[in-house]
Design a protein around this ligand. Structure first.
Ligand SMILES: NC(=O)C[C@H](N)C(=O)O
Length: 331
């Protein structure tokens, strides 16, 4: 239909494409079973709000996605966003790493067209499955003019969050996703209600572009915890990783006994990025540790898994720690 927006659904698997043995199986099921054509056919309401077509990019549970998958997906999103017959793009995705893919697209795809990443907590075969409404909302937002220029969005549980801020904070339950700085808005009965806009650099204002990225450097994460040893840090430093994200306790604090190991890693050329394992708040430079003296970078409010995504993208352009710190403040 001519008056309706054209929305492409790129399907990658996850629970939104999952199937269980019976309707009471809300937690015990196989992810990534249902193809995109069946997902679309199962939701005839979509045809009233957009001209929808689907592409099956992968069929996996999101915990198994790789850096290569991420690149393939982002390049496809970028190519589609340049087509005049595409108004918006939806990516169906497993929820476990949805926040990482959404942030990667936020950083690397140059478009003002809406890109919406969506998943579900229950398979479509379950009682009170959440995927159908989440997907309906995603297609609505992707086809909306008022969603343009707002970066990559996530529509879970009626909220509209930014791909940058949102994280999976609850498992099992359908209110799994939230952003510490709040959602941008809500979608109810196909209508968007906006309350705020993102201020961090994204999509068309990003200095990174997936079209010119050919490989992502290895970046690993080591967690901080009571009783932590240097085993993980030393192994990462020796592995050829270009950066090491330390998911520290509290304000990104680092146990005194592993500070020398992180200093050694830095001296050997590994970028050390100090983040926090605490879900909310942010890491202050030179508080807890003398980052200037050690030439470390702080991850601002990014959790270890999001800091890893930004580090990989940033390292495609620079390994200067001042530049990296600027990038961590701006994105
Ligand atoms: N709810 C989900 O989608 C979880 C699943 N393990 C996935 O990320 O693919």
């Amino acid at each position: 239909q001519q008056a309706l927006p054209n929305v492409v659904i790129l399907a990658t698997g996850g629970t939104i494409a999952g199937a269980g043995a019976s309707a009471v199986n809300s937690a015990t099921y196989a992810a990534a079973k249902v193809g995109v054509e069946k997902l679309i056919a199962g939701l005839p309401e979509l045809s009233k709000v957009a001209n929808v077509r689907g592409e099956q990019v992968f069929q996996v549970a999101s915990e198994s996605l790789t850096n290569d998958n991420l690149m393939t997906l982002a390049k496809r999103v970028s190519a589609l966003s340049k087509q005049s017959d595409v108004d918006g793009i939806v990516i169906t995705h497993g929820t476990d790493t949805l926040e990482e893919t959404a942030y990667f697209l936020t950083l690397t795809v140059h478009t003002s067209k809406p890109i919406v990443v969506v998943g579900s907590m229950r398979p479509g075969t379950a009682l009170s499955a959440d995927g159908a409404l989440n997907l309906y909302n995603a297609v609505n937002v992707a086809g909306s003019k008022d969603a343009m220029g707002k970066g990559v969005l996530v529509t879970m549980n009626d909220n509209i969050d930014t791909g940058r801020d949102v994280s999976k904070n609850v498992n099992i339950k359908t209110n799994a996703f939230s952003s510490q700085w709040g959602p941008l808005g809500m979608i109810v009965e196909g209508r968007n209600y906006w309350f705020r806009a993102p201020v961090k650099r994204h999509t068309m204002n990003s200095e990174f572009d997936i079209d010119s990225i050919t490989a992502l450097p290895p970046v690993e994460i080591a967690m901080g915890y009571e009783g932590v040893s240097s085993v993980a840090i030393d192994a990462i430093a020796k592995s050829g990783a270009k950066a090491l994200i330390h998911g520290g306790t509290g304000n990104g604090s680092v146990a005194d006994r592993i500070v020398p190991n992180l200093q050694k890693a830095r001296a050997d050329g590994v970028i050390v990025i100090r983040s926090a394992r605490v879900p909310d708040g942010f890491v202050i430079r030179n508080a807890e540790q003398p980052d200037d003296k050690y030439d470390w970078v702080v991850a601002h409010d990014l959790r270890p898994q999001k800091a890893r995504i930004l580090a990989m993208v940033a390292l495609t352009k620079t390994n200067n720690t001042k530049e990296l710190q600027r990038i961590f403040w701006e994105y």
